[in-house]
Design a protein around this ligand. Structure first.
Ligand SMILES: [Zn+2]
Length: 451
């Protein structure tokens, strides 16, 4: 007779060497339902998160990531938790009855506080107050600053995000607005994300924004911006639809129902991507197309990063190398320099920098080092040179289609290159560019122009 193994403590780590404190083991999340009541004026959040998950093994204890907020009550399957321990970043829950392997369960966390960013190797990330509003920059470990989660990109889930705040503010989040209603000077906004979304890509943007819907097809895309920046924003984002068309031709259909761009009234060090969203600072708009490169970069992350999400943070070049290469593709398609000229230029720049990191495993401190971006892009360009435009873009589209809304590894990408090129030549090229420190030479010949 088979005996059920005794329940175990779920791990308080997803086991990612780059962010060992993030994520948890023993279960997978199917859905987050976030109900947030927020006061912009005082930065006060009162919230309830209902998480539907599935135990992978019998669990007598499991954890969620949650930082800087006060937990008031936790229930599991409707029953109050037998015990909760909330440390700086982990909420450890002992359910009244152990969770059964393979069975779904629902955990509800009621919490409140003044959300603030969490400190990381990469500066402060997460929920951040603006001068008059809020920005969420979740990458890579900021999600727990505003909701309890299993904070690893491997554990994607659907979301419903409902936020109530003062009526004069516009709230932008992931996915379409499902409902909006105002009562007693406060507006409730409800958003739904049906595609699996990594927790770090969940976002809320709050500000006194004006909305402009640029076009409804082939992908609905909108702008949210401070009215005072209307003129500059209209100029700088005028070619967004064209950009979506260029990337859809190169990478396959845009992966989500819509794309929205938020321009904050504050300056931001760097723009950032979220699921279905690109967020820019007022310093990134000049009315002179000065940020085309950045606009292309954030848009490309919708395919590479948000739809196709890394499996381990060490493979961050699968996000940043692609987004950088997309900048070069856009420059070429929009009448600027060719992708090959960009490649030559950036290889020369890299040659002047220390060659002391391996782009395919740069270490957590150098995850967002510019060399990861540029050498990742150069690896793609070198493959394009070797296998030709047709096989290269066929492979990218197959990669984006096969792993749509999933998690990827370099092996997935190489598999698509091999299938499209009929040879594993890309394996060696990619290895030279991302798995070694020495900087390879580029082939001098530009590839044939794209059709
Ligand atoms: Zn990026």
């Amino acid at each position: 007779m088979l005996q059920t193994p005794p329940p175990v403590h779920g791990s308080a780590s997803a086991g990612d060497a780059y962010l060992p404190a993030s994520g948890n083991g023993g279960y997978r999340v199917d859905h987050y339902d976030l109900n947030l009541d927020y006061r912009v004026a005082t930065n006060r959040l009162t919230a309830t998160a209902t998480i539907r998950a599935r135990a992978l093994t019998g669990l007598d204890r499991f954890s969620l990531d949650l930082a800087g907020l006060t937990v008031e009550k936790v229930t599991v399957a409707g029953a109050p938790a037998a015990k909760i321990v909330h440390s700086a970043r982990k909420l450890v829950i002992t359910p009244a009855t152990p969770l059964v392997a393979g069975e779904p369960f629902e955990v509800t966390v009621r919490y409140r506080g003044a959300p603030h960013p969490v400190r990381s190797h990469w500066g402060e990330v997460g929920w951040e107050e603006l001068t008059d509003g809020v920005l969420v920059a979740g990458q890579p470990s900021g999600a727990p600053s505003w909701f309890p989660c299993n904070d690893h990109p491997r554990d994607k889930a659907s979301f419903r995000i409902q936020l109530t705040c003062e009526a004069p503010y516009t709230v932008v989040s992931n996915g379409p607005v499902l409902a909006k209603s105002t009562r007693s000077g406060r507006t409730t906004w409800t958003f739904g994300v049906v595609e699996p979304m990594a927790p770090y890509l969940a976002s809320v943007q709050i500000g006194r924004y004006r909305r402009h819907d640029i076009a409804a097809a082939p992908v609905a895309h909108s702008l949210f911006f401070p009215p005072a920046l209307a003129r500059q924003v209209a100029v700088d984002f005028a070619r967004l639809g064209e950009m979506i068309a260029v990337f859809s031709a190169a990478f396959g259909p845009y992966p989500f129902p819509a794309y929205a761009v938020v321009v904050t009234d504050d300056e931001l060090e760097i723009p950032l991507e979220a699921h279905g969203l690109g967020v820019f600072g007022r310093n990134h708009v000049d009315g002179l197309h000065g940020s085309d490169r950045l606009i292309a970069h954030e848009l490309a992350h919708q395919w590479f990063g948000n739809s196709l999400t890394l499996t381990r943070w060490a493979d961050i070049w699968l996000h940043e190398g692609f987004a950088c290469y997309a900048e070069w593709i856009w420059a070429e398609a929009s009448g600027g320099i060719t992708a090959h000229a960009s490649a030559v230029l950036h290889r020369a720049e890299l040659d002047a920098l220390p060659k002391n990191i391996v782009v395919g495993d740069p270490g957590p401190q150098d995850m967002f080092d510019d060399r990861v971006y540029k050498r990742g892009a150069l690896a793609l360009h070198a493959v394009r040179q070797a296998i030709g435009d047709e096989a290269f873009f066929t492979a990218l589209r197959a990669y984006a289609r096969t792993h749509r809304h999933g998690n990827v590894t370099p092996e997935h990408l190489l598999g698509c290159f091999s299938a499209a090129a009929g040879t594993a030549v890309a394996d060696k090229i990619v290895a030279r560019w991302v798995s070694a420190k020495a900087l390879p030479q580029l082939k001098p010949d530009p590839p044939a122009p794209a059709h």
